[in-house]
Design a protein around this ligand. Structure first.
Ligand code: BGC
Length: 745
């Protein structure tokens, strides 16, 4: 960690006016920046070099038991204009006081920008992003981000370090909890929804904050799932699977980007001109600003691509990092680098312009306090409306993985033995990256069941999440004796996923598997509720449990949302956004694998396989049960032989054949049978979540365009190739309805 370096820049170089380096071409996604362009230029003319560098400097504030605090040195840096942005700074009084210093005690009165990791809620906590992704419900996901932005903005925040859109195929990586899972297409749609929610009707509105798409790029591909680790992949792979969600977020209007900690192709992302300049700015026409990740600039010394901090700053600025988070390297060395001709004044000015433009667009120069609004804060924080939204998203995020003998739902007069370390816990329910959320605001599972009207609930904790003490099993077995059904709430600790929380073993920690085995001896039906931040190895659990509800970390309304599902008031509709492996040795296991020259054949040794494990995961991508059943009809197509460039119209009838009304996520996958490069066996290209009443049926239509058949061809041009395609439609990546179609040149 790099804390404050109390350096004062002594060189106040005069500020020359530089020509605008970036012609503001209008593209649909990135509003040509500044309404206040001329204001930015006028301000830039007045700024000293130190004041310019200050705008590129971002520091953290702290949080003590007494509330938010700031280090003295940083406060002085605000006064001298050496720091223009702060993160982790929130609450109305605190942001007002810091802003007051910037406005009343600095020469140019440039307002501060306040950022924070509002990842799945500010005070009202929603499910972790991976959990929300399981809802496949873009309206609900957008709503969640909207509520988060409303709450955060009222507390003085202008900027959230979200959405995290890193595609991840390795559940050992702790940060899978922050993203949308393994798939590029689903990841793109969710990235857009989150940006729409965060930025609302547009930057400048008091309830909208700046989105920051992170971690650019390919952070989710850290080798071995070990956080911060190296990333190495072909450019084809990068462009095809990892880059699209960042692009989707930017096209949806995200105005800032965070560079990632990892290297790509031998160059740390923080100093990677190919990623930051060639792709981001030149190809995607990104006009906002790029911030480093926490001390990411300084870490380039450890990466071994620069000899010292000064060189790290030069590499980062040249590559396109505008703002330095917490390294204090720009602050300490930029003036010297400029004197030595290692960087140009134009590079500095361009970075300053991008940051000031957004401060203007936020309206901070007109009213620097507009976001820190106590009345709005009091009206919105944890309001009944926000809690209702959190409950709604939470119930939609739950995935029913197993339901042997239709043990679920449970009628209200069921005698329940509620067992397990998470059964009445509140503090863990908000998961990791939980903003300003508090466990004390959460509804526990026990409370949720009681509130729902289950009044025969006996409780036993049985064990802790991660220790090895089994002495509580006896009491749990006693409670089990008198119950009709055991509801066993198991999982990880919230801090077992998130940053710096990779695991080499992804089974339930501690003695929880033993607990389940012990409870199984009671002969009672067992419903397992799982709380976790990643796909787990559930190979033992599926044998011991009758029903399994994957509940991730559901946030403030956990207990109510679970009671909705357990009682059948809401019929579960979640689908996995990531494959759940059979064992850690299968990882990475994902649905859109390539055929290989020797496709898997369980009966043939010389095929691509393990000798001690099957290839398929325990639960595939897109999988999730309902209390009802859905039957898919044959796929209908108006034009199975179609000309390149014309849309293909597809339809499928889905029938609700069970005993409940229900929602189904109808998923469409394609396979390009023969192409100039190898293609995955399946790729998700469309989905629709629909509600079908009991006994009813619905015809769902899809239209596939040329973009859906396109990929990076052998010559790296993006486009489609004529030939045969297979279409699969169904309720998971194993969808079995199939239709062959053909594209003519
Ligand atoms: C994380 C980022 C986060 C930043 C600021 C870093 O350690 O990688 O995701 O936004 O800290 O809290």
């Amino acid at each position: 960690m790099f804390y404050k370096f109390s350096f004062f820049l002594i060189f106040f170089l005069c500020t020359c006016v530089q020509p605008m380096a970036h012609a503001q071409t209008r593209v649909p996604s990135q509003k040509s920046a500044p309404a206040g362009n001329s204001k930015v230029e006028a301000l830039l003319k007045k700024m000293t070099l130190q004041e310019k560098i200050g705008q590129l400097t971002l520091y953290t504030t702290d949080w003590e038991s007494t509330g938010p605090t700031i280090r003295d040195g940083y406060k002085n840096d605000i006064r001298s204009g050496a720091c223009g942005a702060l993160f982790n700074s929130h609450t109305v009084p605190f942001t007002r006081e810091l802003q007051r210093i910037a406005i009343e005690e600095t020469r140019l009165k440039i307002p501060l920008l306040f950022g924070y990791d509002v990842i799945h809620g500010y005070k009202t906590i929603f499910p972790i992003p991976l959990g929300e992704a399981a809802s496949w419900d873009l309206t609900a996901i957008e709503k969640s981000a909207r509520v988060a932005a409303k709450e955060a903005s009222s507390a003085g925040l202008h900027w959230t370090f979200a959405p995290m859109v890193d595609v991840a195929r390795d559940p050992r990586w702790g940060r899978v909890m922050e993203g949308a899972g393994e798939d590029t297409y689903l990841g793109c749609r969710i990235a857009e929804a989150r940006v729409r929610g965060i930025q609302g009707k547009g930057i400048g509105n008091t309830d909208a904050v700046l989105a920051c798409v992170k971690h650019y790029a390919a952070y989710g591909a850290a080798i071995g799932g070990r956080d911060y680790n190296t990333v190495d992949m072909s450019e084809r792979f990068l462009r095809e699977y990892y880059l699209p969600p960042y692009k989707a977020a930017i096209d949806a209007g995200a105005r800032t980007v965070m560079a990632s900690f990892n290297d790509y192709d031998g160059v740390p992302a923080t100093g990677n001109k190919f990623l930051l300049d060639q792709i981001l700015r030149k190809e995607w026409k990104f006009k906002g600003f790029v911030v480093s990740d926490y001390t990411g600039i300084a870490e380039m010394v450890n990466h071994g691509v620069v000899a010292n901090d000064k060189e790290a700053g030069e590499l980062a600025l040249q590559a396109g990092v505008d703002m330095d988070m917490q390294s204090a390297i720009y602050q300490r060395f930029t003036a010297q680098s400029l004197r030595e001709g290692k960087i140009s004044l134009q590079q500095i000015d361009d970075a300053v312009r991008r940051i000031l433009s957004l401060k203007f667009e936020l309206g901070l120069f007109d009213d620097p306090y507009k976001f820190s609004d106590q009345a709005r804060y009091d009206a919105t924080i944890l309001s009944a409306e926000n809690r209702a939204a959190a409950r709604d998203v939470a119930k939609r995020s739950i995935v029913l993985l197993q339901n042997k003998g239709n043990v679920l739902p449970l009628s209200k007069n069921t005698k329940i033995a509620l067992i397990g370390p998470l059964a009445e816990n509140k503090s863990e329910l908000i998961g990791n990256w939980c903003g300003a959320g508090s466990g004390s605001d959460c509804v526990s599972v026990r409370e949720g069941l009681q509130l729902a009207g289950y009044n025969q609930v006996a409780f036993a904790k049985a064990c802790e999440i991660a220790d090895h003490d089994e002495s509580g099993f006896k009491a749990a077995l006693e409670v089990a004796q008198h119950a009709d059904v055991l509801v066993v709430v198991l999982g990880e600790r919230a801090d077992m996923s998130g940053e710096a929380a990779s695991r080499s073993n992804i089974k339930l920690p501690g003695v929880q598997e033993n607990l389940l085995k012990a409870l199984k001896s009671s002969g009672k039906p067992i419903v397992v509720i799982l709380m976790n931040g990643r796909p787990l190895d559930l190979s033992e659990i599926v044998n011991d449990a009758d029903a399994i509800l994957e509940a991730w970390w559901l946030g403030t309304e956990t207990g109510n949302a679970l009671a909705d599902v357990i009682s059948g008031a809401y019929n579960p509709s979640g689908k996995l956004p990531m494959s759940f492996p059979k064992s850690v040795g299968q990882i990475p296991v994902y649905y859109n694998y390539k055929s290989t020259g020797r496709p898997y054949d369980p009966n043939s040794k010389w095929t691509s396989k393990y000798i001690d494990e099957q290839n398929n995961p325990l639960f595939p991508f897109g999988f999730g049960l309902s209390y009802t059943t859905f039957e898919y009809g044959e796929i209908q197509c108006d034009n199975p032989v179609f000309k390149k460039g014309t849309p293909v119209q597809l339809r499928v009838n889905v029938r609700n054949t069970g005993k409940y009304d229900g929602e189904e996520v109808v998923q469409l996958y394609i396979r390009d049978v023969t192409a100039s490069v190898t293609r995955p066996v399946r790729e998700l290209k469309a989905f629709k979540k629909i509600k079908i009443p009991q006994g009813g049926n619905e015809t769902i239509s899809f239209s596939l365009t040329d973009a859906d058949f396109s990929f990076y061809k052998k010559n790296m041009q993006f486009g489609s190739e004529a030939g045969k395609f297979e279409i699969y439609i169904g309720g998971s990546a194993l969808a079995s309805r199939k239709l062959s179609i053909e594209m003519k040149p």
